[in-house]
Design a protein around this ligand. Structure first.
Ligand code: UT7
Length: 340
């Protein structure tokens, strides 16, 4: 059966396409050599264990909404759509500007999307794929016409810069897509999402919430910083992303040979290679930018997708498989047909 003949079983209602995309990386670059001066680490350790060479770090006066607003402006310009046309903004982040209001509301105010309703989703590194599927559902049912899905992270604000286990891994970034219904094209073909809250303690930011409101003691104990059991998370990341990718593929009715690009969450080159191996794909199908960006949590996939588009590597009808894993645990995978 050819790709064209396959019936897509997962889509009910209108098909939903990415009609605009944009991303933003803060100007400042922090290299592994810089980190060698900050914690007991080496460029060699970071490259061989993770594949990361440098990452972008937001300025002190930039919050996640500033990064997200810039990405959103670029996505709207790419789509040729005015901010007033946006019906809904869904924003994935684990680094909101503040406890409340939600960061999507701050982006709304910055870009002038005055007709949108706005909310955040907290699904850690899976935030973009969760947002993509939520946006798809609203448009698919006919409830909304134009949805802005944003992932915006200032991870540098929750890193313990004295903890070499985490501070060398992450960076700041934002990405955004505009979704609309577009007639006959397949667009977002299938998604699978999952969570496992029983393993929450392996990756979390324990302080500052209702469980441990901020006190001098929580700050002294550095509970306002991210904690990660890296080795454990690694194993779960490989297993769950491989399973999610296969599940989304099956739901899309496509085979792995139909996929032009795979964009895995950018946490560790060894994780990406392990997933590639388990899916049986050659390295050139894997989109990798973590050597320049590090792990930017919810933003990794959409930033990589935008770079791919801007480099002219996406052809209309290319099938793209995106797959994510993060704190929660949460995971997800989506198959998208590019139709810009
Ligand atoms: O985005 C959410 C999902 N996150 C992930 O998927 C991250 C998953 N985990 C990983 O990517 C890897 O587990 C890490 C990169 C975090 C760590 O790599 P690893 O190969 O699992 O190293 P390890 O944690 O087993 O540590 C090996 C050694 C330890 O020393 P000992 O105990 O063997 O003496 C660490 O203390 O490496 C040491 N180490 C470092 N050494 C130099 C840990 N961090 C550093 C560092 N520089 N920055």
């Amino acid at each position: 059966m050819t790709t064209k003949e396959r019936v897509h079983p997962a889509v009910v209602g209108r098909t939903v396409s990415i009609v605009g995309i944009g991303s933003y990386l803060p100007e400042r670059i922090l290299t592994n050599a810089d980190l060698e001066k900050m914690v007991n680490t080496t460029d060699e350790w970071i490259i061989t264990r993770t594949g990361i060479k440098e990452r972008h770090i937001a300025a002190p006066d930039q919050a996640s909404s500033d990064l997200g607003a810039e990405a959103a402006r670029r996505a709207l310009a790419d789509a040729g759509i005015s901010p007033e046309a946006v019906d809904m903004i869904v924003l994935g982040t684990i680094t909101p500007d503040m406890g409340f209001p939600n960061t999507a509301c701050f982006v709304q105010a910055k870009i002038g999307a005055k007709n949108a309703f706005c909310f955040d989703i907290e699904a850690a590194c899976s935030g973009f794929l969760y947002g993509l599927e939520i946006g798809r559902q609203f448009i698919s049912t006919g409830s909304m016409e134009t949805v802005l899905v944003i992932a915006a992270e200032k991870i540098s604000s929750i890193l313990d810069w004295e903890d070499r286990n985490t501070c060398v891994l992450f960076g700041d970034a934002a990405g955004a897509v505009v979704l609309q219904a577009r007639g006959a094209a397949h667009g977002v073909m299938a998604s699978t999402l999952g969570s496992d809250g029983t393993l929450a303690e392996l990756l979390m930011l324990p302080g500052g919430g209702s469980r441990s409101p901020t006190t001098e003691e929580t700050v002294r104990n550095r509970l306002h910083y991210m904690k990660m059991a890296g080795r454990e998370v690694f194993k779960h990341a490989v297993t769950n992303m491989t399973r999610a990718a296969k599940d989304a593929l099956q739901r899309s009715g496509l085979g792995i040979e139909d996929i032009r690009w795979i964009i895995p969450h950018q946490a560790n080159l060894r994780i990406i290679e392990a997933i590639g191996e388990r899916l049986g794909v050659t390295k050139e199908k894997l989109v990798i930018n973590l050597e320049r960006c590090g792990n930017t949590s919810a933003a990794t996939i959409v930033v990589a997708l935008d770079e791919l588009a801007r480099e002219g590597k996406l052809q209309k009808h290319d099938k793209i498989l995106m797959v994510a894993f993060g704190g929660g645990f949460t995971w997800g995978a989506s198959v998208v047909e590019w139709d810009k």
